[in-house]
Design a protein around this ligand. Sequence first.
Ligand SMILES: NC(=O)c1ccc[n+]([C@@H]2O[C@H](COP(=O)([O-])OP(=O)(O)OC[C@H]3O[C@@H](n4cnc5c(N)ncnc54)[C@H](O)[C@@H]3O)[C@@H](O)[C@H]2O)c1
Ligand SMILES: N[C@H](CO)Cc1c[nH]c[nH+]1
Ligand SMILES: [Zn+2]
Length: 425
Amino acid sequence: MTIDVRELADLGPTDRAALFERDAGIDAIRADVASIVDRVREEGDVAVRSFTEEFDDVTVGNIECTDQCERAWESLPADVTDAIQEAIENVESFHRAQVPADWREEFDDGRELGRRFRPIDRVGVYVPGGAAAYPSSAIMGIVPAVVAGVDHIAVTTPPADEPNPVTLGAIHAAGADAVYSVGGAQGIAALAYGTESVDRVQKVVGPGNRWVTAAKAAVRGDVEIDLLAGPSEVLVLADETADPELVASELLAQAEHDPNASVVAVTDDDETAVAVTDAIDAQLPDRSRSDIIEEALSSDASGVLLARSMSEAILFAESYAPEHLAILAADDEAILDRIDSAGSVFLGPHTPVAAGDYASGTNHVLPTSGGARVTGGLSVDTFLRATTVQRLSRDGLDDLSKTITTLADAEGLEAHAESVRRRTD
Ligand SMILES: NC(=O)c1ccc[n+]([C@@H]2O[C@H](COP(=O)([O-])OP(=O)(O)OC[C@H]3O[C@@H](n4cnc5c(N)ncnc54)[C@H](O)[C@@H]3O)[C@@H](O)[C@H]2O)c1
Ligand SMILES: N[C@H](CO)Cc1c[nH]c[nH+]1
Ligand SMILES: [Zn+2]
């Protein structure tokens, strides 16, 4: 395949909408997903088994497979368990640094205010695994929940006739309490509403393909969710100093996740733009998942784009709000200063997105389809709730009483005002 370089200045409204309003094919399946979710809600395990046969081509025996995960962990070779353990350690230390401390502050006007943080009791983590295996997503979803102190961590993951032992082993090593063989929209619905085999949770988190992501959007409202972390994305901002081979390799890496992935390179240098398309052509035949990559590259939400200046390229990236932003440019820190909307940023030639995908310690569960305009990725906060606490001294209440009663009277809520007057009059 040969990708054409498109000039940003020539993009019409339809091209821009395809890029900025990309939805990874989710809108087209909302009705189908709603009916899967409804059936699981109404029929429980019967629907789970039937959808698993239909979509995964697997007849499941026990839906719960917690014990299998421990056995899988014990069967893994040492190099794999070492890699999983190192990734867990790095993810754990990065997330431990996020744990907020409870605080109380006494102001000198008699107000004492504070916040305390407590974990959610029961969460459900979706670990993807259809077109590829995702032990890394098990680590990214489960470890922050463990760090936050969540009491019960349930996991759903797609079944297979030969389940992937690395995924099951990583689920065990990361610290899940219960594991269920159910994937896709039916897995999300099972966690959200419960079935005979799957206990309902209070919050559903984790990444997945468009079926998983549409299902999370469908159950939101009945259960808390983290964020919509759908088919992967990367945007590479490259100036004339960038190595086109590295730019191409970043596009191919995220494109291999899913035909619905979106991958974009933007540069202000026409030679770099052409060299990136050449490098894609050269690298693609050697990639084992070249079919998936080609489909993703052909999407209207993907491409190699030429800007008239790095300023224009940066504004484009900011509007695109990618899941991953890789900056390969002489002054990457100056570019970073101008970026607010990106799930995770990768600076410099020695920082492939794959580092964050697997092992550097940051979380790879990140917002897609422009979600980075309003949210960040999965973190310890995802699993905490904050409670505010206050105590007023008698002087503190006296000072505030006029303000409170005036506002209460203005709202017509006279009993509120009375609850203050009884303490002060
Ligand atoms: N944004 C993020 O943070 C992030 C992180 C990791 C992975 N991901 C994404 O997760 C996804 C993993 O995808 P995957 O497919 O390998 O695994 P998956 O577990 O997300 O999806 C597999 C499930 O999809 C369902 N499904 C597939 N085709 C279907 C159909 N036609 N009808 C109904 N249901 C269907 C099946 O139930 C199957 O079990 C990729 O898109 C990847 O990019 C995103
Ligand atoms: N790039 C994915 C998030 O979009 C995470 C991942 C898992 N494995 C490899 N990559
Ligand atoms: Zn990846």
